[in-house]
Design a protein around this ligand. Structure first.
Ligand code: ZN
Ligand code: ZN
Length: 145
């Protein structure tokens, strides 16, 4: 249990030193000054700054560090490169150009047919000028005076 302040921790600077956990920060500062060459080589555990280890011991410690069990290392591998995703909606089929020409031909045929039929145009003008009896009736009602 790392929370136990009376737990003995081996000093990374001198293997003969066993320090209580509550005194580790003070002892490390003291021994670091006595072993400056060794202090420059020691690496800090990524899970606990109080864990100082030699480079050849660091990998083994990280794999067995009790403070590292709660850290999920798989989070760094969940990202997927966005370059692999290809948008399908942006691609347009070449057949759309042929469809446009077909629609234009149909519109031209309809226009020629409507212009040649002059009789239908006169019928429309007559119907527009003729006012339906239903609209005129309210204005000429004699009993509205
Ligand atoms: Zn020491
Ligand atoms: Zn550690």
């Amino acid at each position: 249990d790392t929370a136990d302040p009376d737990k003995l921790v081996q000093c990374p600077y001198d293997k003969n030193h066993w320090i209580r956990a509550c005194r580790v920060p003070y002892h490390f500062n003291k021994c670091r000054k006595n072993h400056p060459e060794l202090a420059s080589k020691l690496k800090t555990c990524p899970f606990n700054a109080q864990h100082l280890l030699l480079p050849n011991e660091l990998a083994h410690h990280i794999a067995n560090c009790t403070d590292g069990r709660t850290v999920n290392l798989d989070d760094h591998h969940t990202e997927v490169p966005s370059k692999l995703k290809v948008p399908v909606s942006s691609w347009q089929p070449p057949e759309s150009e042929e469809n446009w020409e077909e629609e234009l031909d149909e519109q031209q045929e309809t226009f020629i047919w409507g212009a040649s039929a002059s009789g239908s145009k006169e019928v429309k003008s007559d119907s527009s000028t003729c006012i339906p009896p239903g609209l005129r009736a309210p204005r000429t009602l004699p009993w509205r005076k």
